[in-house]
Design a protein around this ligand. Structure first.
Ligand code: TYC
Length: 102
């Protein structure tokens, strides 16, 4: 923004020299083996979604192959992906979770 030139002819740069941090979509991928209830549990536990919201997203992934579960800062998105991948591996399910810049 350029302001304050109405009286003095002097332009003062008022744009703050900061950037909004990039946001990252966390994506859940479909597979043929992970139980539906397990996916719902993950969405409730790690993304704070209600049972109904979780069931809806799980079904979207099941039908379409992929869905956005949430949008976060890089650090939060990395943490969520790690939590999901750890939990799935500990239960020996092939569930995949990734992130991508918005
Ligand atoms: N397709 C799986 C099944 O039929 C369910 C599933 C949904 C798996 C979402 C992964 O991200 C997923 N049991």
């Amino acid at each position: 923004n350029s302001d304050n030139d109405s009286d003095t002819g002097v332009v003062i740069e008022t744009r703050p020299k900061t950037r909004k941090p990039p946001l990252y979509k966390v994506l859940l991928l479909n597979d043929d083996y992970t139980p539906m209830e397990f996916v719902v549990l993950i969405l409730e536990r790690f993304f704070g979604l209600t049972h109904a919201q979780s069931f809806e997203i799980m079904l979207t992934v099941h039908k379409k192959g992929v869905a956005v579960v949430g949008v976060f800062s890089h650090e939060i998105a990395e943490t969520k992906v790690g939590q999901v991948m750890d939990f799935a591996r500990r239960h020996q399910h092939p569930l995949q979770c990734t992130m991508e810049k918005e």
